[in-house]
Write a protein that binds this ligand. Structure first.
Ligand code: PHE
Length: 399
């Protein structure tokens, strides 16, 4: 009896260790290297692989972001390796989960750099976590490419930090215009997440152009990520009688805010930015989402050959799943970094950095990408609404 108990306990511990390793561990992409070797150029089969590290929110409150973005990077490296890799070498794609929590990204990136000797880093979706990791990459002169962090401060960290998406001053302005012109709002309420630099920044980048154009912010309320009850803030907002509510946060809280607002009889438009983009938004708020809107980076419905072939390849690899904006930007971030390594003809940090800085008209899924002197991309945005429990493309806004 006792022995079998010990055995069971051991088995349980072993299982826990395996599960823990699976969830938090340093996974390597399921060896596309093997099949790519046969299909590839045949050059230097024994050459060391080129290591690229990705830190991502694979679990936790923004898991939808990290998982989606990671699917995009996986597809990109599969395609790259099948076509012979980079500089005649295969790419080894390392990924580690920061569980959507603060503090983890620094540890992961340090490990990638000092232990794994990665030549480039991809990540993150959320600006706050990109802001944590970027100083480490900058100090080590390892180029970092964020797929979708839109807060301007991210690339201001230094000349090794790039992104392939638009930034929030652009997103804020288009949301301010949308509120004034399409929603015909004059009086705006803002409910932002003080714990997320993205949310604080986007609130400011909407407030400024909205008030400059003659609108008024009649009430501002705040919350902290992981809050679940927003009724006190929503009651204060209702009392101020605004025409629309801006919620520049992430989908978990935005979904709850929308659901609770409708319960309190608040029927006015509620809108946000790219942080809303996740199928979970609909799972959380369902029918309450009618009369809500958000801006994001791409629509899978776009009529472009590049988008169509990406959607097809993504669906083939991931059981028919339709790629969202993070998947597209994840894919683009990997492709832009790979293109820079190819043009640099080297994995040297400074040379890859220079090649990234020279990125011009690269054909990304999310549009032609040129990196400017601030290492940012300027791209069109789309506005999405929710109708009958489904996301629906509304309009495209050019930069
Ligand atoms: N732009 C958000 C940020 O910077 C993250 C995000 C990107 C969310 C794309 C959804 C889609 O934090």
């Amino acid at each position: 009896m006792k022995d079998s108990f010990v055995l069971q306990r051991r088995a349980l511990i072993a299982l826990t260790v395996v599960l823990f390793a699976l969830v938090t561990g340093c996974k390597q992409s399921p060896s596309p290297a093997a099949d790519a070797g046969a299909a590839g150029s045949g050059a230097t089969a024994a050459a060391e692989p080129i290591k690229i590290g990705e830190f991502a929110s694979l679990t936790g409150s923004e898991a939808a972001f990290g998982q989606s973005s990671h699917k995009g990077t996986q597809l990109a490296f599969d395609e790259i390796n099948k076509a012979g890799g980079l500089l005649g070498r295969q790419v080894m794609h390392l990924v580690e989960d920061n569980r959507s929590t603060a503090g983890e990204s620094v540890t992961i990136v340090k490990k990638f750099i000092s232990r794994e000797k990665v030549v480039g880093i991809l990540g993150e979706v959320a600006s706050g976590r990109s802001l944590e990791a970027a100083p480490v990459c900058q100090a080590a002169h390892v180029p970092m490419v964020s797929p979708s962090s839109t807060n301007p401060k991210v690339t201001e960290i230094g000349d090794y930090i790039f992104r392939v998406c638009f930034i929030d001053p652009f997103q804020g302005k288009l949301l301010a215009d949308f509120a004034a012109k399409t929603l015909k709002a004059r009086k705006l309420a803002i409910l932002s997440d003080v714990s997320a630099p993205y949310s604080v920044g986007l609130a400011q980048f909407v407030r400024e152009p909205f008030t400059a154009a003659g609108g008024e912010v009649v009430v501002e309320q705040k919350y902290t990520s992981k809050d679940k009850d927003f009724r006190a803030q929503l009651t204060a907002i209702k009392a101020a009688n605004p025409d629309a509510i801006l919620v520049p946060g992430y989908y978990t809280e935005a979904g709850l805010v929308v659901a609770q607002a409708r319960q309190l009889g608040i029927t006015i438009p509620i809108f946000g930015g790219d942080g809303w983009e996740a199928p979970q938004l609909i799972e959380i708020a369902g029918a309450a989402l009618s009369n809500t809107f958000y801006s994001t980076h791409y629509s899978p419905e776009a009529k472009s050959a590049k988008v169509e072939s990406f959607v097809k390849a993504f669906q083939a690899k991931f059981g028919g799943e339709i790629p969202d904006a993070m998947a597209a930007l994840g894919y683009d971030s990997a492709m832009v970094l790979a293109d820079a390594i190819r043009r640099a003809g080297s994995t040297d940090g400074a040379k890859v950095r220079d090649a990234l800085a020279a990125t011009k008209d690269y054909p990304c899924v999310t549009g032609k990408t040129t990196l400017d002197a601030q290492r940012n991309a300027s791209k069109a945005a789309v506005i999405i609404t929710v109708e009958n429990g489904k996301f629906k493309y509304l309009q495209t806004i050019e930069p």
